[in-house]
Ligand binder design. Sequence first.
Ligand SMILES: [Zn+2]
Length: 219
Amino acid sequence: MVLNHCTTVGFHSDSQRAAINFGPPAEIKICTILETGVSEEETNKLFDYWNEELNLYSLKVIPLIYRKMARPGFTGGAIFSYLYDLELEPGCDRILYLKGRTIGDIVYEFFTLGIFLGVGLKLEIHGAVDSKTHSRGYIKSKYISTLQILFTSPESTLVHEGYHMLGCGHQLFMEKCYIQIQKIKTLAREKETEEGFFPTITPEGKKFQTRSAVLSEMQ
Ligand SMILES: [Zn+2]
């Protein structure tokens, strides 16, 4: 199992972005899993923030509440194994898991904060997207603790993971990512692409134009 561990932030360039024609508007349906304690209202607020960013590319994400459930395991890895086994059902272009925050998390955060202050390492991961198909991922949607707020927020994590879901990798400068978004939008309009499916693409250029192609790559 390979994850995109997300700690880096890329730098945007408004002028480079403005020079690219992103084509007509398109929508991406995000089947969203709400962990116990995460509300629909919070979900909609996160998506509003994400959509403000995507507006720059004439893209819109639509949250479809897919499941409400207790966390399938304590670690990010356990959540991921669960996500790996899910099919992209008709109506889903991507799967997003919104992780909540439990008492156990708060204890864990307390200790990792200690490690962070002690050796200058931050062990916590705020989100991840699968690197094989870029079709599914999770974010911690509710952290508000002490130092973390200085670096990231659930909103900025979602925007970051959102770029992975559009096929972007990690880069210091985002120009490559703009071109990737232009590519994926063009791919969405090709006749080989499954009707009603917003395709996925990897940073290496591997394309998935049908839900079943995504599925067979995951198996
Ligand atoms: Zn990342």
